[in-house]
Design a protein around this ligand. Sequence first.
Ligand SMILES: [Ca+2]
Ligand SMILES: [Ca+2]
Ligand SMILES: [Zn+2]
Length: 432
Amino acid sequence: MKKFLLSMAAVCSLFSPSAQVVQNRCGTVDVIKHRDAENPGYQNRMNAAFDYAKQIAESRKDVRASNDTVYRIQCVFHVLYSTAAENIPDSVIYSQLEVLNEDYRRKNADTVKTRGIFSDVAADARIEFYLATTDPDGNPTTGITRTQGNPGFLGYNPFQDNAKSNSAGGKDPWPTDRYLNIWVCNILNGLGVLGYAFPPSNAPGWPQGSTTDSTKQGVVLHYPVVGRNFASPIDPTVTMGRSAVHEIGHYLGLRHIWGDGNCSQDDGIDDTPLSDAAHQQTCDTTDNSCTDSPVDFPDMIENFMDYSDDRCLNMFTEGQVAIMHAMLQTSRAGIATVVTETSIKEPDVYFTRTELFPNPTNSFVTLQVNTKQAQSYSYELLNTLGEKLSSETAFSNGYHQQIIELSSYPAGIYFVRLSAGTQTVMKKVVKK
Ligand SMILES: [Ca+2]
Ligand SMILES: [Ca+2]
Ligand SMILES: [Zn+2]
């Protein structure tokens, strides 16, 4: 079984000699190396977690295609800032969620750019993301924390990972077994690192206490690459919010598509072709760096786990999805709720998605909507007699989330009626 190649050479080779600003798109391989030095055996445990997930994925291959399951991941964004620009607004975070929910459901507009040779392995990952509505103490929350830190903090090289600690000027994580923690900060490093993540490392069978430090689990993102078309982009190749898509891929167990090595190094995924290196923010569809067997494929530059220009990234494969699902059943089981997708599709006019959860509920429901464009909409809470109990108008910038209180109403069935333009959507909610 091939393993991660954790060489500094792999990181250094990412730098092009051109005058253009070139980012080191992802620091994950580098932080794994640091982590392994601090905590010997870390890398072996991570590889074991991958092998275990792969076993599960293989054994359930037959049910993949008909699978109706959707994993909904509870997220918290920790915004760490020392300047106003670093204190990114909620709207940017909503935009990031929108990107995640498109790319992980293969609803991104650029799926049409996936080359035909890969269209049969391109997959809907059936993973969705939402902002936590309850904090670790059980109180309502927006799912976003803001911490003003020291100017120029949060160094990466040498590796400190201090975004994740109150005492170092960052923010302690919310319990990492229940929340996907995403820290957004100015990653100061001199290398242009845009993000990093820790893959799962708690494979079964390892002695207790040998797993990764739970205070480190999650994703760290450089603030200018969060969201879509953020106001002050670093460069045009990273403006579509796909650094988060890539880093969450690592967090859910995926390796770089080139296996962090040359043509002899695989990423452990059967349906991704070999590749000799990252496609550093480029978009070259003629590239075919390694000979695959039995069929030779071009390099899959459109895979989210490559380093290509955001404008060329548009797919995960079936094999990658199987690994992520297996991780969500094992190492990452606590962070997602599993739902069965309703077969009833809403007419796709203004709302492209409307969700109410938890449902049934004891006290309140979170309304999550996606609209096709920036759009104001209204929602009304109705009883079974159709009487209006409350109503409000909200504005969706594509993605919007809102809490609807039910605590003052008796147990029973209620309806939420959403209206935008000429479209109306009715959703049922049960109060326990
Ligand atoms: Ca492969
Ligand atoms: Ca090839
Ligand atoms: Zn990466």
